[in-house]
Every structure is written in structure tokens, then in C-alpha cells.
Ligand binder design. Structure first.
Ligand SMILES: Cc1cc2nc3c(=O)[nH]c(=O)nc-3n(C[C@H](O)[C@H](O)[C@H](O)COP(=O)(O)OP(=O)(O)OC[C@H]3O[C@@H](n4cnc5c(N)ncnc54)[C@H](O)[C@@H]3O)c2cc1C
Ligand code: SF4
Length: 475
């Protein structure tokens, strides 16, 4: 392995589409490193003997090893190293909150700028997006032959299930993934917008690679309605993985939420992403364009909704939040990108009521001025209303992005699976197994809304245990 050539060199900046240009299209914002940029950034890595970056990665990508190969200019070897731990690297390289995971733990961050690990992972994975599907999935020229006698079912097709399918199929297990919607990928397809995660060029490509590995995808099948978990065992599946996410939206609980023009972020983004409303007129999925848009919440979902509305032609887009910009839970990069594009952060205000016109169309929102009081249980200063200070803001499209809950549909039909008070599945943390033998679960349906890589980590943990029970190699 080569030694680091220039650890003190400044971090290589990511080329991005200029804000004034990108706000008029749905093309990717971050354009990706060139080969020279990637090698220069890789050479900043110190190749630490005890790499903290790996500890920060939920799927334990061998980060120093893949970076060392890249620093030596061997992209193929770098890709194979990444793929030993991560079956969706082009996706993770784009959307993982690296600043709180691998990058956040990088030792170079103590005194300067940490290595841009996610950008390097993205670069390496992107070189292989154009390659043969088996290569893409396993890093090997030939796909592993699958034994149809060893069968495992996944319910839901988000990153947790895709990881289970990737892991088990490369160990010879036949995996069938049942998905309620007509497209595979979960939030990667219907939630995260095209300008952060291209659907056809990246997500579909990594999913298609699983198909070549003989993973079977069965769409338009709703677990708990069109089939039950017991049916799957009767059909001969040896184990079931439940990765149904937590897609039931929360509302604000204020007057006027039923007016035309008030959406949850879930519905709005699903129409735009899954219905391809952004690709008008090739797809003419109806979507309210909105002139003065307000978005409620301040996480990644809120930023995605705000930036989507701007791209669909809104004259003004405001993120309405009861704390300050510094308190926003969204990734810093997403907040900065949103601000550069013209999204206004309307902070220290909370919505009191929506009002409409005589045709029940949203017209305005009444906001309560807030100020920060004493810290609450989360350690953040609690927002409290300023008495008598309210204002009215014109808005014809309101998007509510204040979180989601577990959907009870599947679990209502399976009383044998224990859930907590909030409806999330209880699992054995080490194995991912639920209270029903050979039924495993992972991702948002266990943790509540979390991240792609955490969902993948849970899928990997469960898949290892399932592989062991089926007598397959585990790692
Ligand atoms: C708008 C948005 C932006 C986000 N941005 C980021 C980001 O930048 N970085 C990041 O790391 N994370 C992000 N997240 C969170 C991340 O996407 C999720 O944590 C992750 O996708 C959870 O994966 P999962 O496998 O649990 O399920 P999901 O991705 O939620 O997929 C679950 C799938 O199960 C299907 N399903 C549900 N019920 C059934 C049933 N009964 N039968 C069959 N199928 C069913 C659903 O249709 C869905 O396709 C974002 C989320 C959203 C909504
Ligand atoms: S902690 Fe940072 S410098 Fe050390 S091996 Fe990991 S990426 Fe390289």
C-alpha cells in the first residue's frame, strides 16, 4: 500500500452546477470528481493504523484500503474493496450523512479538513456504473450461482432489503423482494429527489445489478393485505426480512390542514419523484406548482421539498422553522445548497392555522413568533411563543415535513411480531430477529426515520445471521 503523499494538502473541492443554473433543472447538483481530483484527495489520507473513519461507518467499509488503491490510481481494486462491505456505493457516496459518520471521525478533521471519503466512494462507484452487472454487484466477473432450494423473502424494497438481497444472493441464496409500489428502491426512488440521487442513471442501475444476481422483484404486492408473513413460510421461504420503512406521514394538527394546497412532504415528493412529475411533459402526473410555497420542518426531507418546489417554478419558497438555522437537523450541505438556490429560512416562527378562499384553496398561513428559552431534554433551547406576536404569510402551497411514523398495515396482520409503544418493530439488536422466529426486521421500521446507511447496516447484520442459518458463508 502506498504511503500518503500529501496529507497537508487542502481538500479537493467538489465541482457543482452553479446555483442560478441548477435551480432551473433537475440534473445532479454535485458533479463528481475527475480521476485526477480523486487521486489527489485520496493522497491526503494518512492510512492510520487504527482508522477511526471505519468505526464511524455503519457497514464498516474498509476505508483506508480502498483509498490506498485509489491513491495508487487502481480504481478497480478500490471498487472491489468498497464492494466487500457496501452493495450500494454510488447511492451511499451521494446521500450518506458522512460528516457525522466516517468523515466526522477522520483524524484529519481535528486540525483541518477531513478526507472527503464519501466523494471518493462516489467516484469509485461511478466508474463501474457503466460496467457489466455482476461486476457491479460483486466486484467479480461471474455472478454466483443461486440455489432455488434456499429461499428468503424481503418485504419492502428500500436500502435495508436491497442489502439483504445483495448479501444473500452473492452467497447463493434465492431472494424474492415484495414491494407495495410499482417501482423498487423505497425512499431512494420516491423520496430523495433526482437532483441529489439520479433515479435511472444510479438507483435503477444498482437495483438492476441485483436482478442479474437472480434476485426476484415482485411489485404491487402489499404485505398484510395481498399476502401475510405466514403465507410466505407456507410457500417455502426459510426466512423473512421486514424492511417496510416508516412512511406514514405526521401532520401539524392545526386548523386548515385539509385545504387544497396543503400536502405532506411524502405525498408531494412521491408525486414528483415516483410519478416523474419533474419530467413534464413526458410524464404528466398532476402536481400543484405553487407560487408562494411554505415548507414546515427543517430536516433533509424539508430541504428536498423546498428545493423541488423551487425547481418546479415557485416564485418564493420558505422553510418555516421554530428554532434557528444552526438548530436545523438537515445536513449542512443541503441547507447551504438550498440557501444558495434562494430558499428563505423563516426561523423562530411556528404555524398556528392555514386559511383558504371560498373554493377551499390555501391562501395564507398564520405564524406565531417564537423565541428560545431554557434547554429541553434534547439539550437544545426550547422555542417558546412570544405573546401577542403573530403574522400572516401568503402561501398557496404548504408542504408538511415534520416526520413520519410506522405504517401499521403489515403488522396489524401479524400479532406475533412485538412492537414498541410507537409501533416500531422490536428486534434482537445483535441479530435483527423479531419475536417471531426466522422473521427479521431492519431500517426505519425498527429505528424510526434514520438514514440509508443505517438501514443498510441493519440489513447486513440480519443477512449474516440468515446466511449462517442456511449454512452459507457469512463473510
Ligand atoms: C425525502 C427524504 C430524504 C432523505 N434524505 C436522506 C439522505 O440524504 N441521507 C440518508 O442517509 N437518508 C435520507 N433519508 C432517509 C432514508 O431514505 C431512510 O432512512 C431509508 O430509506 C430507510 O430505508 P428502509 O429500508 O427502512 O425503507 P424505505 O426506504 O422506507 O423503503 C420501504 C419500502 O417498503 C415498502 N412497503 C411499505 N409497506 C409495505 C408493505 N406492507 N408491503 C410491501 N412493501 C411495503 C415501501 O413502499 C417502500 O418502498 C431521506 C428520507 C426522505 C423521505
Ligand atoms: S481516519 Fe482519515 S486519515 Fe485516517 S485512514 Fe481514515 S480517512 Fe484516512
Amino acid at each position: 500500500m502506498p504511503r500518503a503523499a500529501a496529507p497537508a494538502a487542502p481538500r479537493v473541492a467538489m465541482p457543482v452546477q452553479p446555483a442560478a443554473e441548477r435551480v432551473r433543472n433537475f440534473e445532479e447538483v454535485a458533479l463528481g470528481y475527475t480521476f485526477d481530483m480523486a487521486v489527489a484527495e485520496a493522497r491526503r489520507c494518512l492510512q492510520c493504523k487504527r482508522p477511526l473513519c471505519v468505526k464511524g461507518c455503519p457497514v464498516e467499509v474498509p476505508i483506508p484500503a480502498f483509498i490506498a488503491h485509489l491513491a495508487a490510481g487502481d480504481v478497480g481494486a478500490a471498487y472491489r474493496a468498497v464492494k466487500t462491505a457496501n452493495s450500494l456505493p454510488a447511492i451511499c457516496g451521494r446521500v450518506c450523512p458522512q460528516e457525522t459518520q466516517c468523515v466526522g471521525a477522520c483524524v484529519l478533521g481535528r486540525k483541518g479538513e477531513p478526507v472527503a471519503i464519501g466523494r471518493l466512494e462516489r467516484f469509485v462507484a461511478d466508474q463501474y456504473v457503466h460496467m457489466d452487472a455482476c461486476d457491479l454487484l460483486t466486484g467479480a466477473r461471474d455472478c454466483t450461482p443461486v440455489d432455488p432450494a434456499r429461499r428468503v423473502a424481503c418485504i419492502g424494497s428500500g436500502p435495508s432489503s436491497l442489502t439483504v438481497a445483495g448479501y444473500l444472493s452473492t452467497r447463493g441464496v434465492k431472494v424474492t423482494v415484495f414491494e407495495a409500489l410499482h417501482e423498487v428502491g423505497g425512499v431512494l426512488v420516491y423520496g430523495i429527489p433526482e437532483f441529489r440521487l439520479p433515479k435511472d442513471r444510479i438507483v435503477a442501475k444498482e437495483v438492476r445489478a441485483l436482478g442479474t444476481q437472480q434476485v426476484e422483484f415482485v411489485t404491487n404486492r402489499v404485505g398484510g393485505k395481498t399476502f401475510s408473513i405466514r403465507d410466505l413460510f407456507e410457500q417455502g421461504f426459510s426466512a423473512v426480512f421486514v424492511g417496510v420503512g416508516a412512511g406514514l406521514p405526521r401532520f401539524l394538527g392545526i386548523p386548515g390542514e385539509n385545504l387544497n394546497g396543503v400536502f405532506t412532504a411524502n405525498e408531494y415528493l412521491t408525486r414528483v419523484n415516483l410519478g416523474r412529475a419533474y419530467d413534464f411533459p413526458n410524464h404528466d402526473t398532476p402536481v400543484i406548482l405553487g407560487r408562494n410555497v411554505t415548507v414546515y420542518g427543517a430536516g433533509n426531507v424539508a430541504m428536498d421539498a423546498a428545493r423541488t418546489a423551487l425547481r418546479l417554478g415557485a416564485a418564493s419558497v420558505r422553510v418555516v422553522y421554530r428554532r434557528t438555522v444552526a438548530d436545523m437537523p438537515a445536513r449542512r450541505e443541503e441547507i447551504e445548497h438550498a440557501q444558495e438556490e434562494g430558499v428563505v429560512m423563516q426561523t423562530l416562527v411556528a404555524p398556528l392555522a392555514f386559511s383558504g378562499d371560498e373554493r377551499f384553496a390555501l391562501r395564507a398561513v398564520t405564524l406565531q413568533q417564537m423565541e428560545l428559552g431554557e434547554p429541553d431534554a434534547s439539550g437544545r433551547r426550547r422555542p417558546v411563543p412570544v405573546p401577542g406576536r403573530t403574522m400572516e404569510l401568503e402561501t398557496d402551497l404548504a408542504i408538511i415535513a415534520v416526520g413520519t411514523r410506522a405504517n401499521p398495515l403489515l403488522l396489524a396482520s401479524e400479532p406475533g411480531i412485538a412492537v414498541d409503544q410507537r409501533g416500531y418493530i422490536v428486534v434482537d439488536e445483535a441479530t435483527g430477529e423479531t419475536s417471531m422466529p426466522n422473521v427479521f426486521a431492519g431500517g426505519d421500521i425498527v429505528t424510526g426515520a434514520a438514514t440509508v446507511i443505517q438501514a443498510m447496516g441493519a440489513g447486513r447484520r440480519a443477512a449474516r445471521v440468515i446466511a449462517g442459518r442456511l449454512g452459507c458463508p457469512q463473510d
